[in-house]
Design a protein around this ligand. Sequence first.
Ligand code: NAP
Length: 285
Amino acid sequence: MNAQILSGPAIAEEIKNELQPRIEALKAKGIIPSLTVILVGDDPASQVYVNNKHNTFIKMGLSSQVERFPSDLSEKALCQRIQALNQDPSVHGILVQLPLPKHINPQKVIATIDPNKDVDGFHVANAGALMIGQPKFIPCTPYGIMKMIEKTNVTVRGAEAVVIGASNIVGKPIALLLQAAGATVTICNSKTKDLAAHTKRADILVVAVGKPKMITGDMIKPNSVVIDVGINRGEDGKLCGDVDEETAKEVAGYITPVPGGVGVMTITMLLVNTIEAAEKTLTTF
Ligand code: NAP
């Protein structure tokens, strides 16, 4: 058996087409959705992510600014810049690219972003809103994962969902979204005993760990949906996920490839959140 591939670019294209009328409606009112990304330091992976986001926004006819700062920027200076962007009505979304240099506290920086412009959905107000089932901005990667699961024939309500990884940006929010959709959710972490016992009963398995190919076909329930969030370099130097695609696709019903899976969806949902932030400015006043 060969799993159906859940193609990130194909699903992203559908979502982008659906966004066009919303962009046109905003433009008709003189509003161009605008994102400002702040990049501190010269982490090579962050440079790639930021460039991809910028290019996607420009291609969609939206406004995108990238503000680059040296790695010795002070936390105070960074927070002051965010406060200025909070006050600027032409900026609808603010994103601080993580990770930040070690001397800067990311929680403090994220807390400085106006929750109405927090298109990453990481501010504690947005995390709390998600937790009580009234999300405002859903973090982009989990949001994209839910859109991918919608493309399968698996009913989330009543399904067994297992999430491996409990980070604030992927594991915890995807667990909340799956739970809100009616799944019975288990969250595994590095201390989990007998990981395979959990993964083998998952109708929906989300893997967000950061360990190349750690989930193999023998750990997967037949016909399940396998979402691979990991972005790693394998021993051969090639990009790979946390799931061993070769063996997993023999067992799963659906699988997301790496590359060509969740990563593309993350940027697409950033478009969605930024457009939503721009639309909200029309209803706030
Ligand atoms: P993270 O903050 O490093 O968290 C990793 C999680 O995995 C932690 O909860 C950790 O457990 C758990 N873990 C580590 N080893 C484990 C093991 N052997 N068994 C079970 N759980 C284990 O990672 P993250 O930021 O969520 O990112 C995870 C991966 O997704 C990375 O490869 C990252 O590059 C990728 N990512 C991709 C996208 C995308 O758009 N495609 C977006 C974000 C992240 P503890 O809590 O016990 O430490």
